[in-house]
Structures are given as structure tokens and as C-alpha cells.
Design a protein around this ligand. Structure first.
Ligand SMILES: Nc1ncnc2c1ncn2[C@@H]1O[C@H](COP(=O)(O)OP(=O)(O)O)[C@@H](O)[C@H]1O
Ligand SMILES: CC(C)(COP(=O)(O)O)[C@@H](O)C(=O)NCCC(=O)O
Length: 318
């Protein structure tokens, strides 16, 4: 009989402190220019030289090993099967709660990976483009469920990923605007045979309900070669969400085109109460029910502390 606590009975991860992980950078060079940090950082997020050196350069080094080994495996298998060689993009998923800083991490990874030699083509896509338009969400009474599994056009996302993996050219993805809080009509992001594609979103590690009849139904992560889950305590996430909401009130919300324009005139107390209400009703509920349960499916977990810096890194054993 196994008398260990349940969480110790099956632990597929090796866990590193920040200091241990930072040492794994070895001689990976810093390829970001000092001026690039502002461009890569999202509102409220923290990103400085130390964070890139300690966390993202070791991760870039590890990813170069994974990408290289996977590409050699693809090539060898194609030779074995006698099939014509073609480019198979390497796909990396970035998951985690709303406001955890997925966008910053995804952009830093994109910038670092694009500077590998010989300069791979690295593209980035966010899954918000696959949300149903507000008109559809409204019709189904789902406006307060944005980010929940049912708010995404999952078949469209799956066919997008399948086209990318199949090496198709000029694959299109719809585009979402945080300003209008809706899908932008007739606008597309075009992805054309990248070497690496980063797919960022709250939903990327979800499996949904598997069919009882054994039919082959893909899930998003079937198309991933590597995935990162960005993790933080709920108290920190809540604070970051409120802080960002207050910052947006003074910036993006003041634009008459902003969906949240009516919040621009709120006092600090009113804005904080509104942010907490949206957090609890939508984003916290989604975190607890649909996002956090996917954490153990990630290849790598970056755990952030309250100041946004990564405190520990867990890497899945191969
Ligand atoms: N209402 C909004 N108006 C303008 N920008 C927003 C709004 N909500 C979020 N953003 C921005 O959109 C990006 C994605 O946010 P989010 O999906 O919460 O993921 P994360 O914070 O993990 O990157 C962030 O850069 C954030 O600052
Ligand atoms: C658009 C989002 C669901 C995130 O989408 P993702 O790119 O992670 O698929 C999220 O930013 C959002 O708008 N949540 C709804 C509640 C809110 O306004 O905060």
C-alpha cells in the first residue's frame, strides 16, 4: 500500500528553484536589445533583464534542444515511411489564467526563439481570435462566459491548427480586439508555414469531454509539441487584474470606441468593485472550473510570486 499523500504519489515534474533554474542558462547569449523590453511587456506585467536572464534564457536553451530533437525525429520517420519531406511547424502552447501575463511570456519567447541561428520564422497567435463574436455570445446568453470553453469556436481552432501542422500555406485566423471587446469583422491574421508557432490562450490545454464511442476527436494540445502553464496564487492574480483594470480605466477605457468606455469615469472605489465583480463572476470561475484543472497537462510550469517574477519552474519528466 502506498502511504504517501496523494499529491506525492504521482509527480511527473522535476521542480527547480529560481536559482537552480537560472544556472541552466549556461552560455546562452542575451539576444534582446535593452530597448526591446518595453515592447514585449504587457501593461502591469514585470519584465526586466534579470527575469529574461534567469528564466527565459534557460527556457530558450531547453526549447532549442526539444525543437532540434523533434525535427530530427520527424525527418527520420519520414525517411522510414518513404514520404516526401515537408516542413512541420513546431507548436508551443502558452496557458494560464486571465491577467497572469501569458502575452508577455509568449512575446518574449517569440523574440528569443526568432534569434536562434539560422533565424527560424516564429509566429504567435492568441486564441481570443477564436471566441464567438459578441452577437453569437449574446444570443446564447454567454456574454459573461467569455473565455469559458463554450465561448470558443473550437472546431475552427482545431481546423486552424490542423492546417498549420499539415504545412498548409497562408492559413487564416480571426482577430479579436480588446478595445471593442469583440471579433474584428473581415480581419485576419495570416500564418504562412512558420518553423515555430506559439499559441497563447486560457483554453489551450483543455480536453473537453471525450466521446464514449472511441471516435477520434482531437483536442487543441494534440497539435502541441511543448506547452507552458503560467501559474500564480489567486490572491496575486486578483490584485493584478484589479491593477490592470484601474490602469485601463485611465487609458484604453477613455477611448469612446472602448467597450468599457462607461467605466472610464468611475472612482477608484467604484472601479475596484467593478473589477472584483468581473473577476469573481467570470475570470475566477473560469480559472477554478476550466483553467487550473489543465495545469498538470503542461510540459513546463512557471510559478510566479506576487511581484510577477518567477519563483520556481517545474519541468515534466520525459
Ligand atoms: N479591456 C481591455 N482593454 C484593453 N486591453 C486589454 C483589456 N483586457 C486585457 N487587455 C490586454 O490584453 C492582453 C491579454 O490579456 P489576458 O488575456 O488577460 O492575458 P494575460 O494577462 O495572461 O496576457 C494584455 O496585454 C492586457 O493588458
Ligand atoms: C479574451 C479573454 C477571454 C482571453 O482570451 P484568450 O486569448 O486567453 O483566449 C479575456 O481577456 C477576457 O476578456 N475575459 C472576459 C472577462 C473580462 O473582461 O475580463
Amino acid at each position: 500500500m502506498d502511504i504517501r499523500a496523494p499529491e506525492q504519489q504521482y509527480n511527473p515534474y522535476r521542480v527547480y528553484t529560481r536559482e537552480q533554474w537560472a544556472r541552466l542558462r549556461d552560455d546562452t547569449p542575451m539576444t534582446l536589445e535593452p530597448g526591446e523590453f518595453d515592447r514585449l511587456r504587457s501593461l502591469h506585467d514585470r519584465l526586466d533583464l534579470q527575469e529574461v536572464e534567469d528564466i527565459y534564457l534557460p527556457l530558450s536553451r531547453l526549447l532549442s534542444i526539444y525543437v532540434d530533437a523533434t525535427q530530427r525525429l520527424y525527418y527520420a520517420e519520414r525517411q522510414f515511411l518513404n514520404i516526401r519531406d515537408r516542413k512541420v511547424p513546431y507548436i508551443i502552447g502558452v496557458a494560464g489564467s486571465v491577467a497572469v501575463g501569458k502575452s508577455t511570456t509568449a512575446r518574449v519567447l517569440q523574440a528569443l526563439l526568432a534569434r536562434w541561428s539560422p533565424r527560424p520564422k516564429v509566429e504567435l497567435i492568441t486564441t481570443d481570435g477564436f471566441l464567438y463574436p459578441n452577437a453569437v455570445l449574446e444570443r446564447h446568453g454567454m456574454m459573461q462566459k467569455k473565455g469559458f470553453p463554450e465561448s470558443y469556436d473550437l472546431p475552427l481552432l482545431l481546423s486552424f491548427l490542423s492546417d498549420i501542422k499539415a504545412g498548409r500555406r497562408h492559413v487564416r485566423a480571426p482577430v479579436y480586439s480588446h478595445l471593442t471587446y469583440d471579433i474584428v469583422p473581415n480581419q485576419w491574421a495570416e500564418i504562412d508555414q512558420p518553423d515555430i508557432l506559439i499559441v497563447e490562450g486560457v483554453n489551450v490545454l483543455q480536453t473537453g469531454k471525450l466521446p464514449r464511442d472511441g471516435k477520434a476527436v482531437p483536442v487543441v494540445s494534440d497539435f502541441f509539441d511543448f506547452s507552458v502553464y503560467i501559474d500564480a496564487e489567486e490572491a496575486a492574480l486578483r490584485q493584478w487584474y484589479i491593477k490592470r483594470f484601474l490602469a485601463l480605466r485611465d487609458t484604453a477605457f477613455t477611448d469612446p470606441k472602448s467597450y468599457f468606455n462607461r467605466y472610464a469615469l468611475l472612482s477608484d472605489e467604484e472601479a475596484t468593485a467593478t473589477a472584483i465583480a468581473i473577476w469573481e463572476r467570470t475570470n475566477l470561475a473560469n480559472l477554478e472550473d476550466n483553467i487550473l484543472p489543465t495545469r498538470p497537462r503542461a510540459t513546463l510550469i512557471l510559478k510566479k510570486g506576487a511581484d510577477h517574477t518567477v519563483e520556481s519552474v517545474a519541468l515534466r519528466r520525459l
